[in-house]
Write a protein that binds this ligand. Structure first.
Ligand code: ADP
Ligand code: ASP
Ligand code: MG
Length: 450
């Protein structure tokens, strides 16, 4: 790497879990020679603890806050910087204590609470780096990431944020090599803290990479890269050496937690390569996500999502009618329910929605148009790979492998890179195992798999 290069490195919660892992992060950062923007998540578990606080009663808050205090001060103590950050930690957490007098919290106050995880972790990591002698500066994400006021899941004002990020980081780089910023958090026009949705630090990092025209966006996590399936669910997964942007975004959209679904877009826009790497095995090349699509057609990964509701509407009025679909989708739009998979026949339409987005009013409203059947114990399984649409035999192999498992919906062809099916939750594990065996147990192309 030449010294003019600038990389953006994002370290997720597991990479900054405790003093030991933060030390590994420090080693990785110190080994680089170019300029670096470091985007960090909250220490693993902290965001969930903050969610618990938001959902508790006032009398339950005190032990939760002590746990948070204990967690942050013990990390700082082990890093040898407790004296430098003790007051900061105390002040940030006492703000939570005050806010919890107003439980149940409004979305606006929830975001004040939720933002504390990254505010604390980024400050602790910055202070540690500085204490270790790195030439490092700090950027408060709330000053550079600008969003609308949709608290808890705010939408970034992309161009405005990029402009501010560019100005701030460029001026910091005049004097320092490394700049640390917390992911996930931002602020609205009035300066009130907002958050970008769970897993949002990946997106923060991608926005910074795009604003700064980085050479590479690196997502550092706890696995060697993007794998053929979730290692927590399937044995024998393989690392994918490289995949296209479209494959990676479909993969993340269909549940692979390793990348946040919107991560890819800001990087795609600028053609910035994204590399997923392992903090605990930094010499491994990881997985490279590239804008070029490969000509070699094959299944690269099996992703899945549980807790899927299917909604089927049957109506003779669909026969030869126009405008019917529009009425159906208008109902989903009015209720603000995002639809994932859609399949239709002459007289019926089936859609899937995420359980967390489901609203039971949809049944009543759709029943004006026809007979409605709702089933809420489903999973989506997606086989992902360039060229699925044009490759003869892939669907055959897939359905052949799933003999004996009932498939209630199939979607193929809408995307070049994805064939999705819907099965019952209870069949999911077996279905993924069978598919993984079918596509990844034999000899694999070493250009793409390790
Ligand atoms: P971080 O804390 O670094 O943001 P996440 O927990 O969000 O990490 O994402 C990493 C996890 O994603 C891995 O530990 C792994 O269990 C899970 N995962 C799910 N699907 C995949 C996949 N296809 N490839 C790699 N990891 C996956
Ligand atoms: N800390 C946030 C979360 O746990 C954001 C992130 O880590 O990406 O969702
Ligand atoms: Mg993550």
């Amino acid at each position: 790497m030449n010294t003019n290069e600038l990389n953006v490195l994002k370290f997720g919660g597991t990479s900054v879990k405790d003093a030991e892992t933060i030390n590994k992060v420090h080693q990785i950062v110190s080994n680089y020679t170019g300029k670096q923007a470091i985007v960090v998540s909250a220490h693993a578990g902290v965001t969930n603890m903050l969610v618990d606080i938001c959902n508790s009663r006032k009398e339950e808050i005190s032990p939760l806050l002590s746990d948070l205090f204990q967690k942050h001060t013990s990390i700082a103590k082990e890093l040898g910087i407790l004296e430098l950050v003790n007051e900061f930690i105390t002040n940030e957490l006492s703000e939570i204590d005050v806010i919890t007098n107003y439980l149940p919290l409004s979305p606006q106050l929830k975001d004040v609470v939720m933002s504390k995880g990254e505010i604390l972790s980024s400050t602790i990591i910055y202070t540690y780096f500085k204490n270790k002698g790195l030439k490092v500066s700090y950027v408060d994400a709330r000053e550079v990431m600008k969003t609308n006021s949709r608290f808890t899941n705010a939408e970034l004002e992309f161009d405005k944020s990029c402009e501010i990020i560019f100005e701030r980081f460029t001026s910091e780089y005049l004097s320092n090599d490394v700049t640390v910023m917390g992911g996930f958090i931002a602020s609205d026009e009035e300066g009130r803290p907002t958050t970008l949705g769970r897993g949002g630090s990946d997106y923060s990092a991608a926005v910074v990479a795009s604003a700064l025209g980085a050479e590479e966006l690196q997502i550092w996590t706890d696995v060697n890269g993007i794998l053929t399936s979730d290692p927590r669910v399937i044995d024998g997964v393989k690392k994918i050496r490289k995949l296209s942007y479209s494959e990676a975004s479909e993969l993340s959209f269909f549940g692979a937690k390793v990348l946040h679904p919107s991560t890819i877009h800001p990087a795609v826009k600028k053609g910035i390569p994204v590399r997923v790497k392992n903090t605990f095995n930094p010499t491994d090349d990881g997985t490279l996500v590239l804008s070029e699509r490969s000509n070699i057609k094959m299944i690269k990964a099996i992703a899945f999502r549980k807790d899927v509701v299917t909604i089927t509407l049957c109506s003779n009025r669909m026969l030869g009618a126009y405008g019917f679909m529009s009425k159906v989708f208008q109902i989903f739009e009015n209720l603000k329910i995002p639809v994932d998979i859609v399949t239709t026949s002459e007289v019926s339409i089936s859609v899937t929605v995420d359980k967390s987005e489901y609203n039971s009013l949809v049944e009543k409203e759709l029943s004006v148009l026809g007979e409605v059947v709702i089933s809420d114990d489903n999973a989506i399984i997606a086989a992902i790979g360039e060229g699925i649409k044009q490759t003869a035999g892939i669907a055959n192999r897939l359905f052949g492998a799933l003999k004996g498992i009932n498939i209630s919906m199939v979607s193929v062809g809408a995307s070049e890179v994805n064939l999705s099916i819907v099965v019952k939750d209870v069949d999911m594990q077996r279905a993924i195992t069978l598919l993984h065996e079918e596509f990844f147990s034999g000899e694999l192309n070493p250009e793409f798999f390790e």
